[in-house]
Design a protein around this ligand. Structure first.
Ligand SMILES: NC(=O)c1ccc[n+]([C@@H]2O[C@H](COP(=O)([O-])OP(=O)(O)OC[C@H]3O[C@@H](n4cnc5c(N)ncnc54)[C@H](O)[C@@H]3O)[C@@H](O)[C@H]2O)c1
Ligand SMILES: CC(C)[C@H](C(=O)O)[C@@H](O)C(=O)O
Ligand SMILES: [Mg+2]
Length: 344
C-alpha cells in the first residue's frame, strides 16, 4: 500500500517542524512496510514571495489528489500589512477542501505536570472540536477606514455536520460533550445550541451540556479536568484551543486534524503559528507537528496502530526529560526528534 502525503512547510518554524514530522513518518512507514510518497508545495508567505498567491492553484490541485496534507505554519512579520496575507492561504485551503471539523486534542503528558501554569492540570485529556469553515472567519467582510465589520453566520446544517462528529468522539470516550457558545447574546449561538440539542436525540448515550464561552475560558484554568469533549464554533475554538494548549504546558505540544466529508483528504497541522521569535534557530518543539502526523495515520490512513506508536514514542521522550526550550529544557528540534525516532 502507498500513502500519498502532500507536505506544506510554510513559513517561520513551519519547515523545521514538518521536517521532524516527515522523519518520524518515514521511519514508522518503513517499519510497517508501507510506501510513503511525499511531495512538497508552497503555501503562505513563501508562496506569496514566489508566486504572488498564498495558495497557488498547483498546491491546491496536489492537495486535492492526496490522501492527506501535512502543514507547518504560515505567516510572519515580513508579510504583515500587505494586501495579500499568508493566513488567507490557510483559510482558503480549509474552505476549498471542505474541512469543517477540526479536532484538537490537548493532554498533560506524564512527567510534564509541573509545566502547567495551573496546579490541578495533572491527567488532563480533552478534545476540542472546532468548526473550521464557517462563522465570523468566512462571513461577509467590510473594511473601511473608519468602520469595519465581520459577519458571523451559521446555518443549521453547518452546525449539525460538526456537532455530529463531536458526539461520535464523545461516545467513543466518556459519553460527555460540552457545547460552547454565547447564546445569551448571539443569534448564531442560539441556533448552535438548538441544533446541538436536536443532534443529541441521536446520541442517547452521550450527556450534552452547554457552557458560555466566557465561563468556559475560566473553567479551562480553574477545573479543566471536569471536561472531556468540547464542541464550538470557529473563533471560540481558535481561542480556547490556544488556552488549553498553554494549560498543557506549551502550545508546541498541540496537534490537530481538519477533516471534511468521508473519503476526502484531511489537513494535519500543529495548532501553533510560525513563531517568528524563534524561527531559524532550530529550537522549535516539533511535538505538535509529529503528533499531527500521527493523526494523519489515524484518520487519513486508518492505521491506528502506527498512530499509537508515534504517540507512545513522543510521550516516552518527553517523560525521559528530552525537552525543548518552551518546556524548560535545552534540547533542540533535532535532539527531541532523534529521541522520538530512537523510541519507535
Ligand atoms: N496554523 C498556522 O499556520 C498559524 C497558527 C497560528 C498563528 N499563525 C501565524 O503565525 C504568526 C505568529 O503568530 P503568533 O506569534 O501569534 O503565534 P505562534 O503560535 O506562532 O507563537 C506564539 C508563542 O508560542 C511560541 N511557540 C509556538 N510554537 C512553538 C513551538 N513549536 N515550539 C516552541 N515555541 C513555540 C512562539 O515562540 C511564541 O512565543 C502570525 O503570522 C500568525 O498569523 C499561523
Ligand atoms: C493563522 C490563523 C488563520 C489560524 C486560525 O485562526 O484558524 C490559526 O490561529 C489556527 O489556530 O490554526
Ligand atoms: Mg489559532
Amino acid at each position: 500500500m502507498t500513502l500519498n502525503l502532500v507536505v506544506l512547510p510554510g513559513d517561520g518554524i513551519g519547515p523545521e517542524v514538518t521536517k521532524a514530522a516527515e522523519d518520524v513518518l518515514s521511519a514508522v512507514c518503513k517499519g510497517a512496510g508501507l510506501e510513503l510518497k511525499m511531495s512538497h508545495h508552497l503555501i503562505g508567505g513563501i508562496a506569496i514571495d514566489e508566486t504572488g498567491n498564498p495558495l497557488p492553484e498547483e498546491t491546491l490541485a496536489a492537495c486535492a489528489d492526496a490522501q492527506g496534507v501535512l502543514l507547518g505554519a504560515v505567516g510572519g512579520p515580513k508579510w504583515d500589512g500587505g494586501s495579500v496575507r499568508p493566513e488567507q492561504g490557510l483559510l482558503r485551503i480549509r474552505e476549498a477542501l471542505g474541512l469543517f471539523t477540526n479536532i484538537r486534542p490537548v493532554r498533560v503528558f506524564e512527567g510534564l505536570e509541573h509545566l502547567s501554569p495551573i496546579k490541578n492540570a495533572a491527567g488532563l485529556d480533552i478534545v476540542i472540536v472546532r468548526e473550521l469553515t464557517g462563522g465570523i472567519y468566512f462571513g461577509e467582510r467590510q473594511e473601511g477606514d473608519e468602520v469595519a465589520s465581520d459577519l458571523c453566520t451559521y446555518s443549521a446544517e453547518e452546525v449539525r455536520r460538526v456537532v455530529a462528529p463531536a458526539f461520535e468522539i464523545a461516545k467513543a470516550r466518556n459519553g460527555k460533550l460540552t457545547s460552547v457558545d454565547k447564546a445569551n447574546v448571539l443569534a448564531s449561538s442560539r441556533l448552535w445550541r438548538r441544533t446541538a440539542e436536536a443532534v443529541a436525540k441521536d446520541y442517547p448515550e452521550v450527556t450534552l451540556s452547554h457552557a458560555l464561552v466566557d465561563a468556559m475560558a475560566m473553567h479551562l484554568v480553574t477545573h479543566p479536568n471536569d471536561f472531556d469533549v468540547l464542541v464550538t464554533e470557529n473563533m471560540f475554538g481558535d481561542i480556547l484551543s490556544d488556552e488549553a494548549a498553554a494549560v498543557s504546558g506549551s502550545i508546541g505540544l498541540a496537534a490537530s486534524a481538519s477533516l471534511g466529508a468521508p473519503g476526502t483528504p484531511g489537513l494535519y497541522e500543529p495548532i501553533h503559528g510560525s513563531a517568528p521569535d524563534i524561527a531559524g534557530q532550530g529550537v522549535a518543539n516539533p511535538s505538535g507537528a509529529i503528533l499531527s502526523a500521527a493523526m494523519f495515520l489515524r484518520f487519513g490512513a486508518a492505521r491506528e496502530d502506527l498512530a499509537s506508536q508515534i504517540e507512545a514514542a513522543v510521550e516516552s521522550a518527553l517523560k525521559a526529560g528530552v525537552l525543548t526550550r518552551d518546556l524548560g529544557g535545552d534540547a533542540n528540534t533535532e535532539e527531541i526528534t532523534s529521541a522520538i525516532l530512537e523510541r519507535l
